[in-house]
Write a protein that binds this ligand. Structure first.
Ligand code: HEM
Length: 180
């Protein structure tokens, strides 16, 4: 993944747990102290950072990924990529419908980007279904954190239900969101 992702993990850890914890995590993960935002790094670095954070912070991976998703939207995207955020959608659902387009636009400046894909289907006025497609494993808790961050960003509360693989014919992670 691009360095900006690993950089954001460093920022989250340093802000919320302190620089000492980051030092321990990067050593355990065998990772450099800092990253070049627009340089592509092997995915194993990101996974190792999360694995090391689980051990050092004694927090389960799901919770770390979830917190990282919220942090990515509310701190990284909202603050550093606000133009991109506002041009992608005007509300929670329109934003989700346009995420693939947003990542495609980023690809112009980040040719090695391997983004996920989201398919959004309206079921009723208050219910949508989201299919999350990715070539990477284990990032569903990150997506849940991203959605939760977007909920805060757009002031849209919802409950999230996972649809079991047995009820989903697509190679995606399927979720349904009911707006409150
Ligand atoms: C507006 C600022 C955003 C930027 C600059 C951005 C950029 C990126 C970058 C660089 C990656 C790493 C992929 C790679 O290096 O191959 C990534 C991954 C990802 N992005 Fe975004 N993104 C943004 C917003 C979002 C939002 C709001 C979502 C919400 C759904 C999202 C969903 C994801 C997911 C789920 C991944 C993990 C990759 C995977 O699942 O395979 N991104 N994004």
């Amino acid at each position: 993944m691009y360095g900006m992702v690993n950089k954001a993990i460093k920022e989250l850890v340093t802000e919320q747990f302190g620089a000492d914890k980051w030092d321990n995590i990067k050593l355990k993960a065998n990772a450099p102290d800092d990253f070049v935002g627009f340089q592509s790094y092997d995915d194993s670095i990101t996974y190792n950072l999360v694995g090391a954070a689980v051990e050092v912070l004694e927090i389960p991976a799901e919770k770390i990924l979830n917190a990282f998703g919220e942090y990515w939207v509310l701190k990284i995207a909202a603050q550093s990529y606000n133009d991109l955020m506002t041009s992608t959608g005007t509300g929670f659902v329109s934003f989700l419908e346009n995420i693939d387009g947003m990542h495609s636009r980023i690809k112009a400046t980040m040719p090695d980007l391997n983004p996920p894909s989201f398919r959004v289907k309206k079921i009723t006025d208050t219910k949508i279904q989201i299919d999350y497609f990715s070539s990477r494993a284990g990032l569903l808790p990150f997506v849940e954190g991203l959605l939760s961050g977007l909920g805060t960003y757009y002031n849209q509360k919802f409950t999230l239900t996972h649809i079991p693989k047995s009820e989903n014919p697509l190679p995606s992670e399927r979720m349904q969101l009911e707006f409150i």
